[in-house]
Design a binder for this molecule. Structure first.
Ligand SMILES: [Zn+2]
Length: 211
């Protein structure tokens, strides 16, 4: 069992990102049992939940004449327009029922500001509004952050990059994550992760304490 210095950050394991969901990630459900196994080895587990108001700016349906997966420009930069997903208090926004992490210590909800998206568990997409997670981790003595979940190339990658930028050693657990891979986004994310010093690991190595 790892000390509380090591935090497992389980990202967006919600029905809308699972097969059959509104913004399904292929094989997204396969990471749930891996996340459960990993969580049993960590005393300190934090969950995130994408949690949007219905009028959220990232939804294509809220932009006349626009379709999901098109790009648009918002005051804070380029934004993918997504299918409507993870609307607050809907089934799609709920954490997967097979997720078995009763000892999780915190749950960060992100994307709750109507005009700002938030892929990262640390900083919203305007790159200035903090979620409070970095402060929480510092106050609880965390040193290392192990990130996994959905999707590798968006919320997991952005969270891992921001964990690293906040000064934590950061590991992305590859086989406990699945990607959307939109227009080369997965390769681009890995290039950024490697350049930032985020380690890439497999769950077996994390469970065995090798990473
Ligand atoms: Zn979202």
């Amino acid at each position: 069992m790892r000390s509380a210095d090591d935090v497992l950050l389980l990202i967006d394991l919600q029905y809308d990102f699972m097969p059959g969901g509104a913004l399904a990630v292929a094989q997204g459900d396969e990471v749930v049992p891996v996340a459960n196994r990993l969580a049993r080895g960590f005393t300190h587990v934090v969950l995130t939940q994408d949690w949007h108001p219905a009028q959220h700016v990232s939804f294509a349906a809220n932009h006349a004449g626009r379709a999901p997966f098109e790009m648009t420009t918002l005051p804070y930069g380029e934004q993918v327009l997504w299918p409507t997903h993870c609307v607050q208090d809907t089934h799609g926004a709920a954490l997967h029922g097979d997720l078995d992490v009763p000892h999780a210590r915190a749950l960060i909800r992100k994307g709750h500001h109507a005009n700002v998206d938030s892929y990262s568990a640390f900083l919203e997409a305007d790159r200035t509004t903090p979620t409070g997670l970095a402060g929480y981790l510092r106050e609880t003595g965390a040193k290392r952050v192990y990130c996994c979940g959905l999707a590798t190339d968006y919320c997991v990658a952005w969270s891992a990059l921001d964990a690293r930028a906040a000064g934590f050693e950061t590991v992305l657990i590859d086989d406990a994550s699945r990607a959307i891979d939109l227009n080369g986004s997965l390769a681009a994310a890995w290039a950024q992760l490697e350049a930032a010093g985020v380690k890439r690991a497999q769950s077996a190595d994390v469970l065995a304490g090798r990473v």
